[in-house]
Design a protein around this ligand. Sequence first.
Ligand code: PEP
Ligand code: MN
Length: 337
Amino acid sequence: MIIVLRPGTTAQQIKHIEKKLTERGVAVHISKGTERTIIGAIGDDRVLAEMPLSSMPGVENVMPILKPYKLVSREFRKENSIIKVGKEKIGGKKIAVMAGPCAVEGRKRLLAVGDEVKKAGANFIRGGAFKPRTSPYAFQGLGEEGLKYLAECRERTGMPVVTELMDPRDTDLVVQYADVIQIGARNMANFRLLKEVGLTRTPILLKRGLAATIKEFLMSAEYIMSQGNHNVIFCERGIRTFETYTRNTLDLSAVPILKKESHLPVVVDPSHGVGIREFVAPMAMAAVACGADGLMVEVHQKPEEAFSDGDQSLKPNAFAQMMSDLKAIAKVVGRTI
Ligand code: PEP
Ligand code: MN
């Protein structure tokens, strides 16, 4: 249920409504917009129907949320959510660019590529310290050592860190280092992990599952938000289809659909989306053109030596060229980069 409050409703009136709801076991999510404060009341529909919500002081209107995703939906919040990460924002006018290697491979390599992407205009450093690999014998990531190098890169460049959390048991560790926690495609439906990160207040970049529908993707975000963490960012990274030319099929139609269904920001990862270096920049252009709020791009100085995802990693000069080309597209759609 959405409870829309009248402008000028007092803090005491809000507290009163909150108390009445929580007494009946209903979860309360308060969202303060620029014009209106609304309360998302999530609980048993029968209990909510019995309550005299519309006659409570301060209440203007009460509406059911018809979609199965409640807090995530546009019905819950009309305005776009802007997620603040240090001095950066995701979901505002400026396109957020998260760039860096697939995996943190070593201190020197990470700091060098961090300097390069920063110079080219990236505003977040990305890199995996815990890697979800198809083979248990492939490089699994440097773990905490990798997280330390990411933190050093942040110190040096000012760029916030985006890094993956794979296991709920590592949450406390990753929270110490990450500014944005990435939930990888393979874990999009790991509900235990989603609930765990929902209990933190760190922004979560939720990647779409390899075979997940848009509705399932929205429901996974709802898992996180239901635990109180409203700082969720969608990341479209391609899905499995019958097409074998590319690593995945980048579903750019998900961008305007997610923007319609949800108030949360949407980032596109063209690197995993296509898996082929040559097609990363064109898909990044298309992503910005269709309304993406950000990009996640893999960059490596020597892709041929990369421990993972070398085929889709851009060299720093190609990344810089892409960033420069994106300026014109961003301008056309009223954004900056
Ligand atoms: C990654 O970002 O390196 C990654 C493993 O992504 P995904 O979970 O989308 O495959
Ligand atoms: Mn990768």
